[in-house]
Design a protein around this ligand. Structure first.
Ligand SMILES: Nc1ncnc2c1ncn2[C@@H]1O[C@H](COP(=O)(O)OP(=O)(O)O)[C@@H](O)[C@H]1O
Ligand SMILES: [Mg+2]
Length: 389
């Protein structure tokens, strides 16, 4: 079931195409992380969804309601920004109450002197106070309700901003890098809290971040956007293990995936060290440029033997539970990063000559246009061979 649906959203600013036909469906209660490098159009897409910006083309559906021409205030979509945008002169309670006051009180009811004389005003205010308190209790900020933003920490302000967005029970939740102003420890803690809040609210959520670890750890599905195009929308595991495009593979994963430029041989095969892959001739022809990718955890570092490509360790990074070895291949001078367990890394040192070899079934091959050449597209007779010795 689709709760929120974007179809072919396009947007240009002064002739520059920023969004190039973005389509995306979110299920009810689904948490989607929209991730991509800075400037790829994430905020623009969110602003279009919220109605703060208009799209040049495309359609936004909330359930069976077309939102394209509905003004921002009537969309029932809540948005939390990176800068919390709290009113500095209002207390936390008053900040959280703003959306309720705007919806539940008429203009006259809001007037300081006349308001209390209007029928229903007192009851509405009592209900607003009750809802604000409930929201504050669920966010564990009820003790801060009388403070102004200047008297709160970054984390507390961020929760007030979340409270203000959630208090009116929106149909969709949009968050634009809401954690990027918090320090690293707080940020990891806040990830869990936002996921938990989302679970309780149960509404489709689009969460924008440029931090791939945040996206992978929080979301039901991750949408990877590069240069205004959605390159893949899938579960975190599929995004990582089965990237559809070279730019997805490059953006997701820390340390970054190793990528090598190569060319399909006259025999229709691609070789990397001891590994030789057969590709179907319908997919790529001899001489076609391809990119081969291998994640650092699937690079093996040998101190002796004849297996693999000769290389040299340039630098080792000890991270406690793992060791990152920055190496360089002797023959082509390409850097290769290997992620090793402490046991695998024991005895390695900078400047040491080593041999690198790769898990054949973990290699990705990408065509020149960046799209993944899928295993089923590889030659049936010789799908994948490791030619040792
Ligand atoms: N109102 C605007 N006028 C002109 N250019 C804009 C405007 N808003 C965004 N842009 C440009 O659109 C591109 C994408 O911006 P944005 O959506 O903020 O990216 P992101 O949130 O992914 O970092 C950037 O190059 C930015 O400069
Ligand atoms: Mg942005």
């Amino acid at each position: 079931m689709t709760a929120l649906s974007l179809r072919g959203i396009e947007k240009s600013f002064s002739g520059n195409a920023i969004l190039k036909g973005v389509s995306l469906d979110a299920g009810p209660g689904e948490f989607i992380a929209l991730v991509g490098p800075s400037g790829c159009g994430k905020s623009t897409l969110l602003r279009i969804l919220a109605g703060l910006e208009s799209a040049d083309a495309g359609e936004i559906m909330l359930g069976d309601r077309d939102l394209s021409s509905v003004p921002a205030a009537d969309r029932n979509i809540a948005m939390v920004f990176q800068s919390y945008a709290l009113y500095p002169h209002l207390t936390a309670a008053q900040n959280i109450a703003v959306p309720l006051v705007m919806r539940r009180l008429t203009g006259a009811q809001r007037l300081p002197l006349v308001g209390p004389l209007m029928p229903g005003q007192r009851k509405a205010i009592t209900e607003i106070k009750r809802d604000v308190r409930e929201m504050a209790v669920s966010l564990k900020i009820d003790h801060l309700l009388d403070r102004k933003p200047g008297q709160m920490s970054g984390g507390q302000r961020q929760r007030v901003a979340l409270g203000r967005a959630m208090v009116r029970r929106p149909a969709v939740f949009l968050m634009d890098e809401p954690l990027s102003n918090l320090d690293a420890n707080l940020r990891v803690h806040a990830r869990g809290e936002i996921v938990e809040l989302h679970r309780r609210a149960g509404v489709p959520t689009l969460y924008v971040t440029h931090d791939q670890a945040e996206a992978l750890s929080m979301a039901d599905r991750v949408a990877v956007m590069i240069g205004g195009s959605l390159l893949q929308l899938a579960s975190p595991q599929v995004i990582y293990d089965d990237p559809a495009h070279v730019e997805v593979a490059r953006f997701i994963g820390q340390p970054r995936i190793n990528l090598f430029q190569s060319v399909v041989g006259a025999d229709g095969r691609i070789t990397l060290g001891d590994v030789s892959l057969g590709l179907s001739r319908e997919t790529v022809s001899a001489g076609a440029p391809v990119t081969i990718g291998i994640r650092p955890e699937f690079v093996r570092v040998h101190r002796s033997g004849q297996q693999g490509l000769p290389a040299r360790i340039e630098r080792l990074e000890f991270l406690g539970s793992e060791i990152i070895a920055y190496c360089r291949l002797d023959a082509i001078g390409e850097p290769v990063v290997a992620k090793l367990s402490p046991a695998e890394g024991a005895g390695l040192a900078a400047a040491m000559p080593v041999r690198l070899d790769f898990d054949a079934d973990r290699l990705f091959v990408f065509a020149e246009d960046g799209h993944r050449l899928r295993p089923e597209l590889m030659g049936a007779a010789a799908p994948l061979e490791t030619a040792h010795g």
